[in-house]
Design a binder for this molecule. Sequence first.
Ligand code: MN
Length: 473
Amino acid sequence: MKESVADILQHYNPEEKELILKAFNLADSAHEGQKRKTGEPYIVHPLAVAKTLAQLKMDSETIIASLLHDTLEDTSMKEEQIEREFGTNVAFLVSSVTKLREVDYHGEHGLAENFRKMLFATAKDIRVVIIKLADVLHNMKTLDALPAERKKRYAREVLEIYSPIADRLGIGWLKGELEDLAFPYVYPEEYKKIFSKVEKMVLENKQYTNFLKPLVQKYLKKEGVKVVSINARVKHLYSLWKKLDRLEGNIEKVYDIVALRIIVPDVQSCYAALGTIHKHWRPLPGRIKDYIALPKPNGYRSIHTTVFCEQSKITEFQIRDIQMHQEAELGIAAHWTYKEKVNPFKKNLAWIYQLKNWQMASDSKEFLESLRIDFFKNRIFVFTPKGDVIDLPEGATPVDFAYAIHSDLGDRCRMSKVNGKPTPISSPLKNNDIVEIIVDKNKNPSPDWLTFAKTSKARAKIRDSMRQRGLIK
Ligand code: MN
């Protein structure tokens, strides 16, 4: 066990090391004699959680809290003791993670309650949620030891809450891994089907990319493009299954089961590499995605392109620099400079504050519904006339856009112009639309806006205004 702690320690300075070791010893003796359902000594679990967090390069307080995360609930340890030994921050993290654990699943209601807790925890200190995600990851890896009914319930919660949150935080590998771990428990038949279908394809694709790699290397070198590494990345099974669903099962249309990922030193080299690829292989129209110029709402940056490649195979390339790669792997954790007291919440996490500031609907069904839309729907980017990006759920309208900017703009919104053309305020916006709102200062929100407004913010504000004018109670 001591050796495993050593793995974690190497990332931290001498004082931090000492505290981490102290936390480990404390947790080890607190859990003395307890066993996981797998039969292993309990300490294996907090240790695994701490390891994941060290991989994510989280700060030492997070590591200490993760080692202690199950002590309040499962041992005689008291919050005061943790506070005395490690300070208020660590005590807060441990008690918050403990509170998240208390919620059990009771159908829709329990799920909504869990969401609520997660969101508040996120808004208070994002580290609570990151610890929780690492906890869930290890639980998923050892899920087999649980009774069948609980396995399925837990796995479903992972798909509905935890993997979307990992995605929102931009921790791509964690999202993919959580989904693939949960997939066989929640959809056993579909999993088996897709697994047997894809196994052979993945193998063939890997052989093909092994052949392609040196060729790409040669071309890039000839053009003077500096390369850090080229690797094949295999698509996660769950996201493949989701994609197949959209393509009506037509696996021939999935071009990125195995993609070639080119890592280069800087942004210019990304575009230079793209140029080289397109010089040798014709791109498929409409398949070039420049997430560098237009990052995804969770901050993801890369260039994706799909080309007619060697052996007349259609092949996807993903091009990014080292920094972007780090961010794609670590997500929010890549921005984690807690020690320097830099606020990591900048614009990526604006959505959390949005949710926090927003009057939550008392009805948990409505709450869950609005979360599904605000949180999990595909997102679109639209622009203000000045070029500011507004991140909205798919299907959002100019009214949602107006409320996203300012509630006053929403309330007074009369007409909209989309890409310069007058457009009804009820018509759904598309990705990359430029939206302008024309206001009438005497205007009030009309009740029928509720028939098309999508975001919870817009809907809540429209209802507020109707209430104030006595239109509803
Ligand atoms: Mn745990």
